[in-house]
Design a binder for this molecule. Structure first.
Ligand SMILES: *Cc1c(COP(=O)(O)O)cnc(C)c1O
Length: 382
C-alpha cells in the first residue's frame, strides 16, 4: 500500500495505515496502552513501551515520512519538541544560521534555551546568499530555513541554501509547516531535515498540538529516534489519531486554502486602507519566481500592512466577524492576528521585531465570498 509510486493523495490515506491485522478495522485504532505483553523475555511484537513506540504513532510516522519522501519520520508532542530534538543533535559548541524572521518560538528556543548552554546563532536574510556567507563560521553546523517565512511570507531558495550548506559540511533543516508536503518537498530539493508543527495544516482542524521530524540519513534517524525515546516528548495515541485523520484530507484542503487566499489577496490589493500585501503568489513578490519553482501553489497565509499604522491594525483584527482573532494557523477556520503583539511578541525589541502595522491572516475553508465580505467591512471601518 505504501509504494512510493502512489500519488500524494493515495499515500496520505493509505501509507502506514493498512487495515488492522486482528480486526480488519479500516481506520488505524487508537492504541490507548502504555505497555505490551511479551511472549518471553526479549520476545515481543515490536512494541514494549509506548514512549518508545506505539502502533497509532507508527502509522502516523510512516504516513508523514512517505508524504515528505523521507526514509524515516518521528512524531513529537509539539512542533517545538520536534525542533528541540533537531537542535539536540548538534554538539554544544555549534553555530547555527537562522532566518531573521524565524517563527517566534524557534527564535526563543535557540536564543533563550539553547543559547545559554553554548549554542551560537546568526539571524540573517536567507534569501541573500552573501549574508549567509558572511555569517558562516568554522563551527556552523546547521542552517535553519523557513519558506514561506512567518509572518512576512518571505521565500527562500531551498535548493540553493541546501547546496551551500552541504558544500560547507553543514546540514540544512526546513520548517515546512507553512507549505506542507503537498505544496513543497524540501528533501527532494536537497534539505537534510524537515520539521513540522502538525498543529497547523497537517492536523488542520485546530484540535491537536503536535510535531514531526523527517530525515533520510540513517545516522541522523538513529540519533533522532534515540532522542525521541530518551527525552520522551512523544504524542499520545489519540493525538496521533487526530493528526492522521487530518492528513487524509490535506491535499484537498490545501487546494482550497490556496484558492481562498487568492480571493482575499485580490481584495487586499484593491483596498485603500491596505499599504502593502505580502503573498508569494503575487508576481510583485520578490520571491515569486523561486516560490513558483519550488512550490505547487502559494499557500493559505497572507500578510499585509495598514496604511494608517498600528492603531488601524489593532482595530481591524478586532472587527472581523468570520476571521477569529487568535494565534495559530492552518486550520479550517480563518484566523487573524497582530504579529507584533501576539505571535511575535517574544521577539519585540530584537533584530527580529516586526512592523506593528502588520496583520497576518490564515485563510480558512469558509465560502470565499463570505471571507472577502468580512475583511472588506472590517477594512472599510478603519
Ligand atoms: C506553530 C509553529 C511552530 C511550533 O509548533 P507548536 O506545535 O506550536 O509547538 C513551529 N514553526 C512554525 C512555522 C509554526 O507555525
Amino acid at each position: 500500500m505504501t509504494e512510493p509510486h502512489f500519488g500524494f493523495e493515495t499515500r496520505a490515506i493509505h501509507a502506514g495505515q493498512a487495515p488492522d491485522e486482528t480486526t480488519g478495522a479500516v481506520v488505524t485504532p487508537i492504541y490507548q496502552t502504555s505497555t505490551y505483553a511479551q511472549d518471553e523475555v526479549g520476545v515481543h511484537r515490536g512494541y514494549e513501551y509506548s514512549r518508545t513506540a506505539n502502533p497509532t504513532r507508527t502509522a502516523l510516522e510512516r504516513c508523514l515520512a512517505s508524504l515528505e519522501g523521507a526514509a524515516s519520520g518521528f512524531a513529537f508532542s509539539s512542533g517545538m519538541a520536534a525542533e528541540d530534538a533537531v537542535l539536540r543533535v548538534l554538539p554544544a559548541d555549534s553555530h547555527v544560521i537562522i532566518p531573521n524572521d524565524a517563527y517566534g518560538g524557534t527564535f526563543r528556543l535557540i536564543d533563550k534555551v539553547f543559547g545559554p548552554n553554548g549554542l551560537q546563532y546568526s539571524a540573517v536574510d536567507l534569501s541573500d546568499r552573501e549574508q549567509i556567507e558572511r555569517a558562516w563560521r568554522p563551527n556552523t553546523r546547521l542552517v535553519w530555513l523557513e519558506s514561506p517565512t512567518n509572518p512576512l511570507l518571505g521565500i527562500v531558495d531551498i535548493g540553493a541554501v541546501a547546496r551551500l550548506a552541504r558544500e560547507r559540511g553543514a546540514r540544512c533543516v526546513v520548517d515546512n509547516t507553512f507549505a506542507t508536503p503537498y505544496l513543497q518537498q524540501p528533501l527532494a530539493l536537497g534539505a537534510d531535515i524537515v520539521v513540522h508543527s502538525t498543529t497547523k495544516y497537517l492536523g488542520g482542524h485546530s484540535d491537536v498540538v503536535g510535531g514531526f521530524v523527517a530525515v533520510n540519513d540513517v545516522n541522523l534517524a538513529t540519533h533522532i529516534a534515540y532522542l525521541q525515546n530518551a527525552v520522551g516528548a512523544v504524542p499520545g495515541p489519540f493525538d496521533c489519531f487526530l493528526v492522521l485523520r487530518g492528513v487524509k484530507t490535506v491535499a484537498v484542503r490545501m487546494e482550497r486554502h490556496c484558492a481562498n487566499a487568492r480571493a482575499v489577496v485580490e481584495l487586499l490589493e484593491r483596498h485603500p486602507s491596505v499599504a502593502s500585501v505580502r503573498y508569494p503568489g503575487l508576481p510583485t513578490h520578490p520571491g515569486h519566481e523561486v516560490a513558483a519553482r519550488q512550490m505547487r501553489d502559494f499557500g493559505g497565509m497572507v500578510a499585509f500592512t495598514l496604511a494608517a499604522g498600528e492603531d488601524a491594525a489593532l482595530k481591524l483584527v478586532s472587527r472581523t466577524r468570520l476571521f477569529t482573532l487568535a494565534e495559530s494557523l492552518g486550520a479550517v477556520e480563518s484566523l487573524i492576528e497582530h504579529p507584533a503583539q501576539m505571535t511575535h511578541a517574544s521577539v519585540a525589541g530584537s533584530e527580529l521585531s516586526v512592523d506593528p502595522a502588520l496583520v497576518r491572516v490564515s485563510v480558512g475553508l469558509e465560502t470565499a465570498g463570505d471571507l472577502v465580505d468580512d475583511l472588506r467591512q472590517a477594512l472599510d471601518s478603519v
